[in-house]
Write a protein that binds this ligand. Structure first.
Ligand code: SF4
Ligand code: SF4
Length: 469
């Protein structure tokens, strides 16, 4: 049977779990189970203890399981049986996980009351009330669904990031990168914003802007946000200036020197989750040429969409009008973008569909910030993956595990540099290559044009062609 088949196949080489792996697995299951029961209002007192026990079980369980799964293996990255496990081959467990994640995102975004969020001044219940004590500790107020989400998101990156580090422990790039990913999420995306929110109750949204920038943070230029920054004293003006500086100056410069990997694979929360929790699904990304074409159309269309939305909201802000070319700015611009792209695509599809479409659906097809950095990376950056084609044995590991669906092998076979807008510089292709063919490097821009792009009629910078040796 074709390995890309959507039908599950049983694993003929199933390796039984040893007792420590079983222990780790059961700890994780019990930890998740406590939260799952709480969602249906099966609580035990004290809730603050139970939620901490649950978090500890998930964290320690994944460390025990991860360590035991990889520590005794000989050096090298093991993806054994990945096409035979129903969790990672679009089988029963994969579908089940996808459905649960998708449902969770739908509840978080549109029906938080079913997760226990107290509406109209009522007290929290269900899952949300479990996190009240932690939220009170950080910011002196009961939990919201977003606090629950942020806590679980950080827990997933932390626990599965440690598992990832055991798996890739022989690769220094992956170890350092994952430590940075975990620290970024834990401090920049979770602890600091939550604590700042407690200290700055008047303008809590500022805190959330620390790590994200426009256009990923699509509401940055919306009237209410601009108003609050402009009227938010020194802190507000600081966020306004830093937000614009990050997008216009900092990002292009850093992307020029090291490619978009500095953000997509080292700092970003979406990328952080994809790299850690999404690792078992990275091979599910489509490598078809049609997917590449769809990727370019979709991500650039969304960039145009957010650009138009931003022009419209800025027009509304400066003119005081609610309309742009006779159309309601909220109804026709901000709301559709927030619903379709900000919630449906980045959240529901971006994470809910990990077990079906791979871990980088949002980063590859949707994220306008990745699209913006991709253009810089493609045409004006020193980053490239160099290939030593003579050593390539065409095993295909690199292409299989590229989460961005890049057919790395095709470049390696020809000994061509890989300069692709979508490459997030995760380095997994290089890590899984048994022959050391691939190297992530920064060097002179000259000579980065791939002949295949010219032949396929893909867009190229003509001046680079002229300058090419
Ligand atoms: S080409 Fe390599 S470094 Fe780039 S996204 Fe794919 S696996 Fe990661
Ligand atoms: S993993 Fe290495 S040897 Fe295998 S196809 Fe890719 S570049 Fe060639």
């Amino acid at each position: 049977m074709d390995k890309h088949s959507s039908f599950a196949v049983s694993n003929p080489h199933k390796v039984p779990l040893d007792s420590l792996q079983k222990l780790g697995l059961w700890m994780g299951i019990i930890g998740v189970g406590i939260l799952a029961f709480a969602t249906f209002n099966f609580h035990s007192e004290p809730k603050s203890v139970f939620v901490l026990v649950s978090i500890a079980l998930i964290l320690v369980g994944s460390i025990v399981y991860g360590r035991q799964s990889y520590i005794k293996q000989v050096p090298g990255i093991k993806n054994n049986h990945v096409w035979f496990k129903t969790l990672s081959n679009r089988g029963v467990w994969g579908w089940l996980l996808g459905i649960i994640l998708t449902l969770f995102y739908i509840l978080i975004y549109w029906f938080p009351q079913y997760l226990g969020l107290g509406m109209n001044g009522e007290e929290n219940t269900g899952l949300v009330v479990m996190f009240d004590s932690i939220s009170m500790f950080f910011k002196g107020q009961p939990a919201s669904q977003w606090f629950v989400y942020g806590t679980l998101y950080t827990l997933a990156i932390l626990s599965l990031g440690i598992k990832f580090m055991y798996k890739y422990r022989h690769n220094r790039y992956q170890l350092i990168r994952t430590v940075v990913v975990i620290i970024s999420q834990l401090f920049l995306a979770y602890l600091i914003p939550e604590i700042l929110e407690g200290l700055n109750t008047e303008t809590p949204y500022f805190a959330k802007d620390i790590k994200n920038m426009w256009p990923l943070n699509y509401y940055f230029f919306e009237s209410w946000h601009l108003d609050n920054m402009v009227n938010g004293g020194t802190l507000g003006m600081f966020y306004l200036v830093v937000g614009i500086f990050m997008f216009l100056v900092f990002t292009p410069i850093i992307t020029y020197f090291v490619g978009k990997r500095w953000y997509c694979s080292w700092v970003c929360g979406c990328g952080g989750l994809a790299e850690t929790a999404g690792d078992p699904f990275r091979h599910l990304s489509s490598k078809k040429l049609s997917a590449w074409k769809l990727e370019r159309w979709l991500i650039h269309s969304i960039m145009v969409f957010i650009f138009i939305v931003t022009i419209a909201v800025l027009y509304g802000y400066f003119t005081g009008s609610g309309e742009f070319f006779g159309l309601s700015i909220y109804t026709y611009f901000s709301k559709p973008y927030g619903f379709l792209i900000g919630a449906m695509f980045s959240g529901v599809i971006g994470v809910g569909f990990y077990p079906m479409l791979g871990s980088r659906v949002w980063c590859r097809f949707g994220c306008p910030l990745a699209g913006y950095m991709g253009i810089i990376q493609r045409f004006k950056s020193r980053f490239r993956i160099t290939t030593n084609g003579g050593q390539c044995i065409s095993c295909g590991n690199c292409s299989t595990y590229c989460e961005q669906g890049i057919d790395v092998r095709a470049y390696a076979q020809k000994g061509e540099n890989i300069v692709r807008a979508s490459c997030v510089g995760c380095g997994i292709c290089s890590a899984v290559c048994p022959r050391g063919v691939l190297k992530l490097e920064n060097g002179p821009e000259k000579g980065r044009i791939n002949p295949t792009d010219v032949l396929l009629g893909n867009d190229v910078d003509l001046m680079d062609l002229v300058n090419q040796k």
